[in-house]
Design a protein around this ligand. Structure first.
Ligand SMILES: [Ca+2]
Ligand SMILES: [Ca+2]
Length: 277
């Protein structure tokens, strides 16, 4: 009996861990869009898309159908209508619309963009241009983020997810051999997204921390609101009736506490400080 309970507890712990994990995308734009859309429609969701166009350049906010975008630090931003002329040239790796300039500075979060939705969402993706052209050796002792040029998505100012890390140009998944000649084509376009189906959120912030790096974000935006747990929790998650609830709450607390402790430990090592416990 005791052994049976222990096995059941481990199963619950793993399931709870799966529920808590956000789903992250970092792909070239073509496969990224497809993967995101497939995930959303696969759980019965509807993908909303908006190809950015007609945005006023050197402005700090833009009101659009279904959402507003603003520069998080309220500074004016340049709008790049067709990054590198890829759309005009018919390139498959072109971002799908205009992009807004981001020049990562300290604090990095302020140099990004804030998206506020009329109807709350829990899945959000956007297209990036010119990421990882430089600044992939930047240290981040202030935040504990990995070395390099990182991209982040945060829902409602809560937990911030690193959706991409570049330590060189080849870290950008949009730099690949598109024409099949055996040599990488350095397109410097990619798609990043995050899904947090624990609940829904009204604002999403996006930013990068590659200090000195210029990048552009937007293109075709994608968003959705999926059912709670539908993406992160596999269909094999235990039925609620099969679980002793107080025990699960305790295990969830332990799992979260353990994860936080591990994260703290990792951050300490990244800061180069000794363990204190
Ligand atoms: Ca760049
Ligand atoms: Ca090539």
């Amino acid at each position: 009996m005791r052994r049976k309970l222990a096995c059941s507890a481990v199963g619950s712990l793993l399931s709870l861990g799966a529920i808590a994990a956000p789903v992250i995308y970092n792909n070239d734009v073509v496969s990224g869009r497809a993967a995101f859309d497939s995930t959303i429609t696969g759980v019965g969701g509807t993908v909303q898309t908006l190809a950015l166009s007609g945005l006023t350049s050197n402005a700090s906010s833009w009101t659009l159908p279904g959402l507003t975008i603003r520069a998080t630090d309220n500074t004016d931003r340049f709008v790049y209508g067709d990054y590198n002329g890829y759309r005009a040239a018919g390139r498959s790796y072109a971002v799908g619309g205009a992009t807004i300039a981001i020049a990562p500075a300290v604090p990095a979060s302020g140099s990004g963009l804030t998206f506020t939705f009329a109807t709350p969402v829990n899945a959000f993706g956007l297209e990036i241009a010119d990421w990882a052209t430089c600044c992939t050796s930047v240290l981040h002792p202030d935040t504990g983020a990995p070395v390099g040029s990182n991209l982040f998505i945060s829902f409602d100012g809560g937990a911030t997810r690193i959706v991409a890390n570049a330590i060189n140009a080849d870290s950008n998944p949009g730099n690949k051999d598109y024409d099949g000649d055996g040599a990488t084509d350095y397109a410097f376009t990619n798609f990043v997204a995050a899904i947090d189906d624990s609940r829904t959120f009204s604002t999403v912030t996006f930013y990068g921390d590659g200090l000195g790096e210029a990048l552009y974000a937007g293109g075709t935006l994608r968003w959705a609101a999926v059912s709670t747990g539908s993406v992160s929790s596999p269909a094999s998650a235990p039925a609620p009736s099969a679980i002793d609830e107080p025990a699960v709450v305790g295990l969830a607390g332990m799992a979260i506490g353990g994860a936080l402790l591990n994260r703290r430990r990792r951050l300490r090592w990244q800061h180069g400080r000794p363990e204190t416990r």
